[in-house]
Design a protein around this ligand. Structure first.
Ligand SMILES: [Zn+2]
Ligand SMILES: [Zn+2]
Length: 256
């Protein structure tokens, strides 16, 4: 399946060009400004950084030391165009992530907006027992996996029985791929992977990133209730055309 084509539509919403029309032959200097967007960050599974020098080797960096006022948060999010740094989702409900995984490092350049799904990819050690699974989905880019799961979770709340049934099928299909992970690694529990990542020294970390590159995160719908309800409102108009039977067919019959 060609990546970035099937599920990217939710986020890859082209903005209509509203820049000024050029005068005469010379294009206006501002022309194209509407299309300027920062490149997306690579989405990969990760966990909080260890506290450097901690004797137990298991202490993780504490969470944000700075207290964010609602005003601070609003300013920060609008600076990034309300767009997830990993998958490009446009949303008014993005969280703030510390890029280097050190949550005590509050330098502005270390902060980026992430939607609740992509953000969870970065916090494998804090998801809570039973709330998430790691699945083997080599044919989906991490970005597509994030968009697919989000679309599916929203579909579960649909008023239409056929859409709910289709969403359940896709969710079950995604979750069933945890068996490959459990077989190969002995567990599909994100916390087990987080513990291994936190222990790894930096050279191992590169190897582990490679090994994790075909894995995706599936979150239990119950642990994202308020987020999903919010996405439902935001995504409503964009998913009305979706055909779940077609989506399920395309996902499960993707050519390899
Ligand atoms: Zn995202
Ligand atoms: Zn974070």
């Amino acid at each position: 399946m060609p990546q970035d084509s099937v599920f990217g539509t939710a986020a890859a919403h082209a903005e209509s060009p509203t820049g000024p029309v050029s005068q005469g032959n010379a294009p206006a200097a501002e022309l194209g400004a509407s299309f300027e967007r920062p490149a997306l960050a690579h989405l990969q599974l990760s966990t909080k950084a260890r506290v450097w020098g901690d004797a137990s080797g298991s202490a993780l960096e504490p969470s944000q030391s700075r207290t964010w006022s609602p005003q601070d948060r609003a300013t920060f999010r609008s600076k990034f165009g309300h767009r997830c740094m990993f998958c490009g989702l446009e949303s008014q409900a993005l969280e703030i992530h510390n890029r280097n995984q050190n949550h005590g490092d509050m330098r502005p350049e270390n902060l980026g907006p992430a939607d609740p799904l992509c953000h969870r990819w970065q916090h494998l050690g804090e998801l809570g027992k039973g709330n998430a699974l790691l699945v083997y989905l080599p044919d989906l880019s991490p970005r597509d996996a994030s968009h697919l799961l989000r679309t599916t979770l929203v579909g579960l709340l649909s008023d239409l029985p056929a859409m709910r049934a289709g969403a359940r099928k896709v969710l079950n299909w995604m979750a069933s791929h945890q068996s490959y992970v459990a077989e190969a690694w002995g567990s599909s529990d994100p916390a087990a992977f987080a513990a291994a990542l936190a222990r790894a020294v930096s050279e191992d970390r590169d190897r582990q990133d490679l090994a994790l590159s075909n894995l995706a995160l599936v979150i239990h719908p119950d642990s994202l209730r308020s987020e999903v309800a919010h996405w439902r409102k935001e995504l409503d108009g964009r998913h009305r055309e979706a055909s779940w039977a077609d989506l399920h067919h395309r996902v499960t019959n993707a050519p390899t």
